[in-house]
Design a binder for this molecule. Structure first.
Ligand SMILES: [Ca+2]
Ligand SMILES: [Ca+2]
Length: 239
């Protein structure tokens, strides 16, 4: 017979504010005791491009589930089975979950000795890295992103021989935005605050097929007349 302790699952959430740097991390957690599946809304700030000066490279979602349970037997003989599990699914509201975590405790106890208590612990993690532009795009812009975390903690016991069996669980999540800052004056190859002859000299040293060259302003994989045109168009002090 399944026994649920404190069926009204209490969930707490803490969301940290965004920080400045190359990485923004938002964290929070859900925690509570056994009960029916409980939806918890996770609200995240979207990535702020700061007027296009920052470009989002990837979004990493990490989820971690921790399950702790304690069983207390009565020592009346035989064997008893205990089982507990904590599962959680994560996704956008109204859509199929894109990640899940599941923890499981399952044991057979020799109940032939004196009454005793035993403590169990299990944990699970899930990670999702978004790097494709189409996957990242929903995470860019103003406003907020809503995720739904559906968590359920279930305890089962043999009520005849287990005096008490209780547990708790915690689901934590972390959303990491990796980005780079756009070069405000990419044609200033020597970084002296202006696009001029000094940069032109550097430019021609990279002329031709060139992967990840600074002079490949349009990212075409080759430094050619197109890039030269961009350099001349930007001629003069960096604005
Ligand atoms: Ca320069
Ligand atoms: Ca080019």
């Amino acid at each position: 017979m399944p026994i649920l302790r404190n069926p009204g699952l209490v969930l707490l959430a803490v969301v940290a504010g965004p920080a400045l740097g190359d990485v923004i991390v938002q964290e929070g957690s859900l925690e509570g005791e056994a009960g029916p599946p409980t939806e918890h809304l996770i609200v995240l700030d979207r990535f702020d491009t700061l007027d296009g000066t920052r470009v989002l490279d990837s979004v990493t979602l990490q989820f971690h589930t921790l399950l702790i349970a304690e069983a207390v037997t009565n020592g009346s003989g035989g064997f008893v089975e205990v089982e507990a599990r904590l599962t959680a699914d994560y996704g956008h509201p109204g859509e199929a979950p894109f990640a899940e975590t599941a923890t499981m405790i399952s044991d057979v106890l020799d109940n032939g000795d004196d009454p005793f208590a035993i403590l169990y612990l299990d944990e699970d993690s899930a990670e999702l890295v978004l790097e494709d532009a189409r996957d990242i795009e929903p995470w860019i812009g103003e406003g907020t992103i809503e995720l739904i975390g559906v968590a359920q903690l279930v305890l089962e016991e043999d009520p005849a021989d287990v005096i008490d069996f209780f547990g708790g669980g915690q689901v934590t999540y972390s959303i990491t935005y990796e980005f780079h800052v756009v070069d405000a004056c990419p044609t200033d190859l020597n970084g002296d605050g202006a696009t001029d002859g000094g940069d032109l000299g550097i430019f021609f040293t990279e002329w031709g097929r060139c992967d990840a060259c600074e002079a490949d302003f349009d990212g075409s994989g080759i430094v050619d007349g197109v890039d030269l045109g961009m350099l001349f168009a930007a001629w003069g002090p960096c604005s």
